[in-house]
Design a protein around this ligand. Structure first.
Ligand code: NAD
Length: 437
């Protein structure tokens, strides 16, 4: 089967490489010449564990190639996936579909023979209808089917998620497209991949509803964490206690600095906007968005409070910048807001992140980057864990104590048991637990 992936970012590149690994022939297309040049030179433009090996293997086997030009691979394709970005539209928070529609128009001009056009990008309900209309209006003679197939992979675990998904949602009622999509994912059947077919509009909404629910779950435990701090309870134990109930489940119950990343913030907002437009507001999600927005800045205030209410002229060491470990993605990372709050308070911020510093330089203001946690902790007035990278999980607190100016640790990810930090003479401020001074 010949597959073309339009957009070679976090989703397109992973999906393209994995589909090639299943035995399909895949061409990954991107408008960014820098990305395609890098890929053709054997480099991987994003950090995703395991991706470089899969790309290399499939490239040398001749199943995976890259192109800046969309027309010639699309003309040969059985299936064309659209995996371009759908960021928040500036000004109103709706999903910006300009990249999707631009890609659709280019695809429409290029397809020949029956071709299945699949939206893998997260797109609002009705986007598939609009793509179909573009084809009908501009190229009525073309034989196509437009399918929704939202992606649920998580950055940092993207390969496993793509290859062993909980479900593959496919929105189409066109029998030929059903057959083609079965064929695309057939290699997964060995792992009993659960294909879930439904109508296109339903499929589009499933993606938003799933992300909104997960964002709500995180926000719920974050509010319970705040309450724990007031009541002297421990949020990790509360989360465990409720998560053992199978109706609730133990995932997405880790209290922290608020959700961020390239999906939850924009997708929750887009769902809110779609719902308002249809006079059917989703108030739980409106509230979730507002709580989460406030929380990130509040985490900056939490750090300031841990520094006796004043960070002016103080050195704050930030461990972790990306919105989660195992990615270099800085989009909407809570660190951006937290650091801004500290800079506004007059702090000197020093930061280290294993993979995110290059991207951080484009989105974070005047801070100093270090080469490891110890480098930035030297002379610090507080050490703040913002992202729970593995290499921050076994810090040498004895060594850190000998270097810092003031022994304060603010752990926004609850990485450590309290005693492990306090026994070295640090004050320890976690999330949803009693502060230990
Ligand atoms: P990304 O920004 O990393 O990648 C998008 C790529 O598309 C960019 O490289 C861009 O240059 C390219 N592009 C834009 N217009 C193009 C065109 N006309 N032709 C060719 N290339 C074009 O974005 P991403 O994180 O991969 O997300 C893509 C979509 O998948 C979004 O809708 C997102 O919501 C959704 N999604 C993302 C994730 C995730 O974890 N990142 C997970 C599930 C779903």
């Amino acid at each position: 089967m010949r597959i073309v992936m339009i957009g070679s970012g976090y989703v397109g590149l992973v999906s393209g490489a994995c589909l090639a690994d299943f035995g399909h022939h895949v061409t990954c297309v991107d408008k960014s010449a820098a990305k395609i040049d890098a890929l053709e030179a054997g480099q991987v433009p994003i950090f995703e564990p395991g991706l470089d090996a899969i790309i290399e293997h499939n490239r040398t086997s001749g199943r995976l190639d890259f192109s800046k030009d969309l027309a010639s691979p699309v003309a040969e394709a059985d299936v064309v996936f659209i995996a371009v970005g759908t960021p928040s539209r500036r000004g109103d928070g709706h999903a910006d579909l300009s990249y999707v529609y631009a890609a659709a128009r280019e695809i429409a001009a290029a397809v020949s023979g029956f071709t299945v056009i699949v939206t893998k990008s997260t797109v609002p309900v009705g986007t598939g209808d609009e793509i179909e209309r573009i084809f009908r209006d501009e190229f009525p003679e073309k034989d196509i089917a437009v399918v929704s197939n939202p992606e649920f992979l998580r950055e940092g675990a993207a390969i496993t998620d793509f290859k062993r998904p909980d479900r593959i949602v496919i929105g189409t009622e066109e029998p030929r497209a059903v057959e083609v999509m079965r064929e695309v994912y057939r290699p997964l059947y060995l792992n009993e991949a659960p294909l879930y077919f439904c109508e296109r509009r339903t499929s589009e909404l499933i993606k938003y509803a799933a992300n909104a629910f997960l964002a709500m779950k995180i926000t719920f435990i974050n509010e319970i964490a705040d309450l724990c701090e007031q009541l002297g309870a421990d949020v990790q134990k509360v989360a465990k206690g409720i998560g053992m109930d199978k109706r609730i489940g133990d995932k997405f119950l880790h209290a922290g600095p608020g959700y961020g990343g390239s999906c939850f913030p924009k997708d929750t907002l887009a769902l809110v906007k779609t719902a308002q437009d249809h006079d059917s507001p989703v108030r739980l999600i409106e509230t979730t968005v507002a709580i989460n927005d406030n929380r990130k800045r509040a985490m900056g205030r939490k750090v300031i409070a841990a520094c006796d209410g004043n960070v002016r002229g103080k050195k704050i060491a930030i461990l972790g910048l990306t919105f989660k470990p195992n990615t270099d993605d800085m989009r909407d990372a809570p660190s951006i807001t937290i650091i801004q709050a500290l800079l506004d308070g007059g702090a000197k911020v020093h930061a280290f992140d294993p993979e995110g510093m290059e991207m951080a330089k484009e989105v974070i203001g005047p801070i100093t980057y270090g080469k490891d946690p110890y480098d930035i902790a030297d002379g610090a007035d507080a050490i703040v864990i913002v992202t729970e990278w593995d290499e921050f999980r076994a810090l040498d607190f004895k060594r850190l104590k000998s270097m810092v100016r003031t022994p304060v640790v603010v752990d926004l990810r609850n990485v450590y048991p309290v005693a492990e930090v306090t026994k070295h003479g640090f004050s320890y401020f976690a999330v949803g637990k009693k502060n230990e001074k």
